[in-house]
Design a protein around this ligand. Structure first.
Ligand code: ARG
Length: 504
């Protein structure tokens, strides 16, 4: 008895799927982003099949003609994906079969599984998205570097426990973010490398008896190499977990930045002012100017963390081979990329237009004993006392001043309190030792806050970013070159060349 199912996989089915089954299992809303990737993978697969003599030149020509039409129709909004066709892969193949007829279109799926397609499409998509993300991180780093260059000498209190700790420069603060983001670049790059392997040709799980050439599809899709082990690659989703982890840590840093922006722009801190273009108001309180971008960055971080947990939880119980659970790898991945990239899109502009209140920073750095360590250090160097004793002496001075509501800038009090500890320093001497700008200059240790070190790090980070940017361009070049090569092969086939005469 013949099947009455209209599904491409319907042969063994006696009835049509229930509408609930269709609605429950379809992934169209999610994988519609993969149409172009699915078509590229299909074109390359068909070319390989013909080149290997598995399908005929006529088959290839028809398949390529209709896949090309699917691509342009989708672009022009004339190829609507149908949920009852389940997913992007079945939609593209159905479009092809309807257009070219089953005698041609029906041959595309020779020596190929949907599991292959799911993986190829995801690999192609991830590698683009990672490059876009890396570009976004670079732009953000450059925004920080321009803050750093401008504020190499701008003093501010550095904090520990959110309490004034020691003077640092605003440039030093800005370069700290670049230093962090450069590690994010490394993680994203590593994720890119791990994803740039070709899964196509694994077939369902066991390879195939057809004489396919997997290295040819690797070349035409611009992958670095073929992911050989069929069962491993079909079962693996670490190429998704790695980007998600990289995105998670990146998002954590963006969230911490968001937190700093939120409280730096409060009335209480008042050390930075957001440009109106990067702030929002209140529906009821006319005076409000809120740091919503920073808050939403912080607030969306959970979604990215959740994406990683979602995928890891999905994977932990899965036996080898494809399991439908794996369809659920995409929503969290999409969401993580979307959230991170939207933050990366807006934060550089916010930072470039952020107005730092340098007078206020200078005031704060003098207000609460941030130079106390400098005084202790001076006593160590000049008086030859052990650091612990100096810590004790300066602690006593600070305690005495604080009790009376005074600061180091009450020079006579400071001098008196030191004298009572047997330390005799002139007021000009004290003013020098406790000058936050001089304190900055003194911190010349490798990676310290001194202008000289910050300047050096700015230069170094800039060079690293240039290197990363050129690496991104070369990866994009590799993808484009492979894409163009596929185009050239397709053109030759459509012009009537037989596959054996085609120039690869
Ligand atoms: N849309 C599905 C996914 O993304 C398609 C895979 C179905 N494959 C299968 N062997 N049943 O995973």
């Amino acid at each position: 008895m013949m099947s009455t199912s209209t599904k491409l996989w319907g042969g063994r089915f006696r009835t049509e799927s229930s509408t609930e089954t269709e609605a429950f299992t379809q992934s169209i809303d999610v994988d519609s982003r993969l149409v172009a990737h699915d078509i590229w993978g299909s074109q390359v697969h068909a070319i390989m099949l013909a080149r290997q003599g598995i399908i005929f030149d006529d088959d290839l020509r028809q398949i390529l003609r209709w896949l090309g039409k699917a691509e342009s129709d989708f672009r022009d909004g004339k190829f609507a994906l149908k949920p009852e066709k389940e997913d992007v892969h079945m939609n593209v193949e159905s479009y092809l079969i309807e257009g070219a007829g089953s005698e041609y279109g029906g041959k595309l799926h020779t020596a190929r599984s949907r599991n292959d397609q799911v993986l190829v499409d995801a690999h192609l998509y991830i590698r683009e998205q990672l490059l876009d993300t890396q570009q976004g991180v670079s732009r953000l780093c450059r925004a920080f570097l321009s803050i750093a260059r401008e504020h190499i000498e701008t003093v501010m209190p550095g904090y520990t426990h959110t309490q004034h700790a020691q003077p640092i420069s605003l440039g030093f603060w800005a370069t700290a973010y670049v230093s962090m983001f450069l590690r994010d670049q490394k993680r994203l790059n590593a994720a890119s490398e791990l994803a740039n392997f070709n899964p196509l040709g694994a077939c369902a799980l066991a390879g195939t008896s057809f004489p396919i050439n997997r290295n040819l599809t690797t070349e035409l899709l611009g992958f670095d190499a073929t992911h050989e082990h069929a069962l491993d690659v079909i079962s693996s989703r670490d190429f998704i977990a790695e980007p998600l982890f990289a995105l998670t840590l990146l998002m954590s840093t963006l969230s911490r930045l968001g937190e700093e922006i939120v409280y730096w722009t409060t009335y209480e801190f008042n050390i930075a002012t957001l440009d109106d273009a990067y702030a929002t108001g209140s529906s009821i309180m006319p005076q409000k100017k809120n740091a919503d971008i920073a808050e939403l960055t912080r607030g969306r971080t959970g979604r990215v963390y959740a994406a990683l947990m979602d995928l890891l939880t999905n994977l932990k119980g899965l036996p080898m081979g494809y399991n439908r659970d794996l369809q659920e790898d995409k929503p969290p991945l999409w969401d993580a990329f979307d959230v991170v990239q939207s933050c990366l899109g807006i934060l550089p502009g916010l930072l470039e237009t952020l107005d730092f209140n340098t007078d206020r920073l200078e005031l704060l750095v003098e207000a609460n004993f941030a130079t106390a360590t400098e005084l202790a250090n001076f006593l160590v160097s000049e008086q030859g006392l052990p650091f612990r004793n100096c810590h004790e002496i300066v602690g006593g001075v600070v305690g005495g001043l604080a009790q009376k509501g005074k600061t180091f800038r009450d020079w006579e009090e400071t001098q008196q309190l030191l004298r009572s500890e047997g330390i005799d320093l002139s007021i000009p001497q004290l003013q020098r030792i406790l000058d936050p700008k001089l304190s900055l200059r003194n911190n010349q240790s490798l990676g310290g806050t001194s202008p000289a070190e910050v300047k050096r790090m700015v230069g170094e980070f800039e060079a690293k970013l240039d290197e990363i940017d050129s690496q991104i361009r070369s990866r994009q070049g590799q993808i484009n070159a492979a894409y163009q090569k596929t185009r050239r092969v397709i053109e030759q086939v459509l012009e009537g060349k037989t596959i054996t005469d085609v120039n690869f």
